[in-house]
Design a binder for this molecule. Structure first.
Ligand code: ATP
Ligand code: MG
Length: 409
């Protein structure tokens, strides 16, 4: 038998219901905020991610599923949504026509990471890219939209961290200072961080092994006056609307962030981030578009579901249609299907099985009632309705089926 590929999963009910639930909650919140859905392709040219996600990131360095297609192009399965959305923004010439865009996406992402709880090779993200506004209000709005989705889905225990990484004016000096500090105790760094020091020193603060230890004593970013003003305004707009803490050591894993970054966390451990995001004012331009500022987030759906816990979604009360004899099958099928057409959840149809098996299936399916049709019933133009909860039965005339059933559910 051919088995599932390691790190990939089948998502079965009720898990699959939780996905639908969070996606619906997100869609409601996005619509209220005036965001439009964008559906981007799963596959892009690999270079798109190398250029945007950044070739110093773990994602590009070792987590990408890339391959050559028959036409000799080097493609990759998307590891995140932002590059595709920004590419679409540029290619569709939004900047010239309607530069301010709130675009949301819901889709699966692929990263060849070591599989573990909360870390999969295919996972789902719900994300927003608010492109075209440099205003602190856009940062605040983005964070509040994320909060609204998280609360609408029913996650209660989460915390929010925010920080500002500065801009091309003030960050280079900080990077230098940080490198100098880290070099003093180079040998104490983990192997990964030794590499990061060269490629992307800020990421050392985000190391899952000794990030917290280093961050505690490392020099802190000194923002320039405009970045301070921007960050203050973001915080003012958030105050009273969301609980958050400023974490000066919060850096995010991607290369493109500027100024505001944030993370929503639930619980502890290396897989505690349910969502993250930030401002990326330089990305659109660096990808070949005009100078357009932007801010966005991506939420990990699996982690959000784990953070909320399993709450069985409300199931619709259903009717299970049972036929007791070959001669009754056509009528039973007709009723089953006509109930569905009238918006009533009707299951069943296992007419080649005996009564006991059909009743067992009804129980498994969680049906509240069964409609039974045998030769006696058929002769009298009735169904027998069985209430599984009380065990009681009654007869219903064919022509009254719809109204009777409707009144029960
Ligand atoms: P982490 O530090 O946990 O690796 P990240 O910085 O790589 O996260 P982002 O690229 O910002 O994460 O993605 C946003 C969110 O997507 C994360 O906060 C997380 O909830 C989720 N996520 C990222 N990678 C995975 C994965 N391999 N499996 C499941 N969810 C993931
Ligand atoms: Mg990661």
């Amino acid at each position: 038998m051919t088995k599932l590929v390691r790190g990939f999963r089948d998502i079965l009910a009720p898990q699959s219901d939780y996905f639908t639930e969070i996606e619906s909650a997100a869609r409601r919140v996005f619509k209220l905020a005036g965001a439009d859905e964008i559906r981007i392709p799963t596959v892009e040219l690999k270079e798109l991610f190398v250029k945007s996600t950044g070739d110093t990131t773990d994602i590009v360095q070792k987590e990408m599923y890339s391959f050559e297609d028959a036409g000799g192009r080097t493609l990759a399965l998307r590891p995140e949504g932002t590059p595709g959305v920004v590419r679409a923004y540029i290619e569709n010439n939004f900047a010239a026509n309607s530069p301010v865009q709130k675009l949301f996406y819901i889709g699966n992402m692929f990263r060849a990471e070591r599989p573990q709880a909360g870390r999969y090779r295919e996972f789902e993200q719900i994300g927003l890219e608010y492109i075209g506004s440099a205003a602190p209000a856009a940062d605040a709005e983005t964070i509040l939209i994320l909060k609204d989705i998280v609360t609408a889905f029913g996650i209660k225990n989460y915390s929010v961290k925010i920080n500002s990484l500065g801009c091309p004016e003030c960050r280079p000096a900080y990077k230098q200072e940080l490198v100098k500090y880290l070099k003093k105790d180079f040998d104490a760094l983990c192997d990964k961080c030794k590499e990061r020091l060269e490629r992307n020193p800020l990421r050392v603060l985000d190391c899952k092994i000794d990030g917290p230890r280093i961050a505690a004593n490392a020099p802190k970013q000194k923002l320039c006056a405009t970045c301070v003003e921007h960050f203050e305004e973001v915080k003012n707009l958030l105050n009273g609307r969301i609980d958050y803490t400023v974490d000066e050591n919060l850096v995010r894993g991607l290369d493109y962030y500027t100024r505001t970054v944030f993370e929503f966390q639930a619980g502890d451990g290396a897989q505690n981030a349910i969502a993250g995001g930030g401002r990326y004012d330089g990305l659109v331009k660096s990808m070949g578009g005009p100078q357009v500022p932007a801010v966005g987030f991506a939420m990990g759906v699996e982690r959000a579901i784990a953070a909320r816990g399993e709450i069985a979604p409300k199931t619709e009360n259903k009717i299970f249609v049972i036929s007791l004899d070959k001669t009754c099958n056509a009528k039973a099928f007709e009723i089953m299907y006509s109930l569905r057409v009238k918006n009533i959840c009707a299951d069943g149809g296992l007419f080649d099985k005996n009564l006991k098996t059909q009743l067992k299936a009804a129980d498994k399916a969680g049906a509240a009632y069964a409609l039974l049709l045998g030769p006696d019933e058929l002769a009298k133009n009735i169904f027998t309705l069985r209430d599984f909860k009380t065990g009681s039965q009654k007869e219903i005339k064919f022509e009254n089926i719809y109204t009777e059933v409707k009144s029960l559910l």
